[in-house]
Design a protein around this ligand. Structure first.
Ligand code: UDX
Length: 463
């Protein structure tokens, strides 16, 4: 058998059902399929046709879907409660996942392993109860994962003075603002803290641990922290199309995809490196005040901008709303869309900088396309990602926020100018090109992530 090829093993891949977790696990599944593994993506019934239409469609064409229930088959209530959702997902999801594995065995499609999103730690017990391997997949950086693991072991205490400095092996000196938000302010986001620390409850019992990053991006942290659960780095988990060449356009079909291509048509008409791309990912919901400040900054710059403003969910009333008159005032200068094919946008020659919330996927995507960033972290792991983007990888500038944690328009404008026009910008672009090459080398044949994936495939094929 060709090295790293497995012909008959069936693996199930179970993401937490939100965009920022489905994307990397789907891409990893796609990578396994390209190495001969039969990989199926397991999702709750409810999200079919909702989140999935926003992911890379070429991957969905090769990866079959299998369904479990999260207990919300008829949709989530208007008063969505993430804590209640998580309890239901665990209770109903465990049961229906077990039923799915049993049914597949009867159908002659017995899976040999379950690759589960590490925040769904309960899935490990289900895998073991059915006699198959349980493989944890971490969707955050090694640095953030290590911090969570330390905090879980009570070895990192963040109840500190506002000007405290945290010194962790292999990491730059960290202030409270650089720690993941749920660690810096544990009482403010108890749900997220419990969810993310939960990953480390049983990680030592997982048969294998995978992490969506690549070795040379986090060498210092890997050596400094040397986690006992020693993950294999397999990232960046992105469609191979975007790791091979810039400016390649994926083929899309259907009305929805038609709209997305129109957005790219608009980008096509802009000069090289001229567009400021602004997006805060799939979850962040910005206050009216913050939206006005961002709008103010975009109106005052000379560059064209593409701003993704995700429509708020019913329970996010008043959030993510555009400043009054913004669209009319900027119709010549910018385009506002509810969603865009982000990787295609970042890979476009016209994009000059990425104003980002620094979600881990967005960070890896910017790195893989070498696009310099203006870091405007909002919550979760984003402050730590922003710290590494600015101080370690030197691919971006982090904005200063005021005491209300709002970035003012003058400050955002200053940072955009610096990246687009300033001396620092040239340096950031150069560093971006270096990281882009290294990211691609990691997943190219014989690269560090590629070797780890091949080793994993060989392990699975022996089952
Ligand atoms: C969340 C967390 O916020 C993030 O910090 C964590 O690491 C993963 O889960 P999210 O906030 O959505 O995810 O951010 P991010 O990790 O960047 O994932 C967003 C994904 O949606 C990216 O893959 C991005 O390419 C995609 N996206 C976003 C689009 O395709 N189009 C858009 O318009 C916006």
């Amino acid at each position: 058998m060709e090295e790293g090829k497995a012909k008959s093993s069936h693996v199930l891949v179970l993401p937490y059902p939100i965009q920022g977790h489905i994307n990397p696990l789907l891409q990893f599944a796609d990578g396994l399929a390209s190495k001969g593994v039969k990989a199926s993506l397991v999702v709750p019934l409810r999200i079919h046709g909702d989140i999935l239409h926003k992911v890379d469609t070429s991957s969905l064409a090769t990866i079959p879907l299998e369904y479990i229930s999260d207990g919300y088959d008829d949709g989530v209530p208007l008063t969505f409660d993430p804590g209640a959702y998580d309890i239901s997902l665990q209770r109903v999801g465990s049961q229906t996942l077990g039923e799915l594995i049993a049914r597949l065995a009867v159908d002659g499609l017995q899976p040999v392993c379950l690759i589960y999103d590490s925040i769904l730690q309960w899935a490990l017990d289900i895998a073991h109860a059915h006699g198959i391997l349980g493989v944890a997949f971490l969707t955050q950086s090694y640095a953030v994962s290590s911090m969570c693991s330390l905090y879980h072991r009570c070895a990192l205490v963040a109840q500190a003075e506002p000007d405290a400095c945290f010194s962790l092996p292999g990491m730059p000196p960290l202030s409270l603002q650089d720690l993941p938000k749920f660690i810096a302010q544990p009482k403010a986001d108890r749900f997220l803290l419990d969810l993310l620390l939960g990953q480390f409850k049983n990680i030592d019992k997982a048969d294998y641990v995978l992490l969506n990053s690549f070795d040379c991006l986090e060498t210092g942290v890997i050596e400094g922290m040397a986690e006992p659960w020693s993950p294999k780095m397999i990232g960046p988990a992105l469609p191979s199309l975007y790791l091979d060449s810039r400016n390649t356009r994926a083929t899309k079909t259907g009305d929805e995809q038609g709209k997305l291509v129109n957005c790219l048509g608009w980008v096509d008409e802009r000069p090289d490196g001229s567009v400021v791309y602004v997006s805060f990912g799939s979850l962040a919901a910005l206050t009216v005040e913050q939206m006005e400040e961002i709008g103010g900054a975009l109106r005052s710059i000379k560059w064209p901008f593409l701003w993704v403003v995700r429509p708020p969910y019913a329970y996010e009333q008043g959030r993510n709303s555009l400043p009054d008159g913004f669209l009319d005032a900027t119709s010549e200068q910018g385009l506002v869309v509810p969603w865009c094919p982000q990787l295609e946008v970042l890979a476009h020659r016209a994009i000059g900088c990425f104003v980002s919330h620094c979600g881990w996927n967005s960070t890896l995507e910017a790195i893989s396309q070498g696009v310099p960033m203006v870091a405007v972290p909002q919550w979760s792991d984003q402050p730590t990602n922003a710290k590494f983007i600015s101080d370690v990888w030197k691919m971006g500038i982090r904005v200063e926020v005021d005491e209300k944690e709002v970035v003012r328009s003058g400050e955002l404008e200053r940072c955009i100018r610096e990246v687009m026009d300033g001396e620092t910008g040239a340096e950031l672009r150069e560093n971006g090109q270096r990281w882009k090459k290294l990211a691609r080398a990691a997943v190219a044949d014989g690269g560090s992530s590629d070797n780890n994936i091949k080793e994993f495939v060989a392990m699975v094929s022996r089952c």
